[in-house]
Write a protein of this length. Sequence first.
Length: 189
Amino acid sequence: MFSFLGFFLFFAESSSGSGGGFGEFWNTYFNYPGFELWKFINLGLFVWILMYLVKKPLSEAFKAKRDVIRAELIKAEEEKQAALSKLTSVEAKLVSVDSEKAAILKNAREEVEAEKRRLAEQAASESAKMKAQAEGEAARLAAVARIQLRRFAVNESLRMAEEKLRSSVDTNTDSRLIKSGIQAIGGLN
């Protein structure tokens, strides 16, 4: 559009033939090689029209994108706060873990000591029971042995006395003893 306007102005200047006015201003300030003002004006007009046409969809898109970014920032801030609170609770738990560990170790040591004492007492009582039982068993076996020894002594004494009698009694003494035994009973009828 501006190119058409520039061309129209250039054409109007060249047809008038006078040397002053707009043509002279044009030639002095704008018409030197490489400048070509009409290109800049055309670019500006194009950019302005483009901005005008695209402004509404772009502004809506930018607003939507800004809202999405804002929502993401709010969500990120909430997640950050949640993570910080979780971190705080975990750090508090870590602080309490050391004290819990010390308490658990103390309780475990106390339980081990109590168990050692209980096992020592139990072993001592079992030992005393076993000693008493062994002593009782030994006393019983000694009594049984004494009884058996007495029986053996009695049997041996009887056997030795019988042998002594048999060796000292001969057939004459035997018949005399039998006769005296019969008379002691009342004789022979």
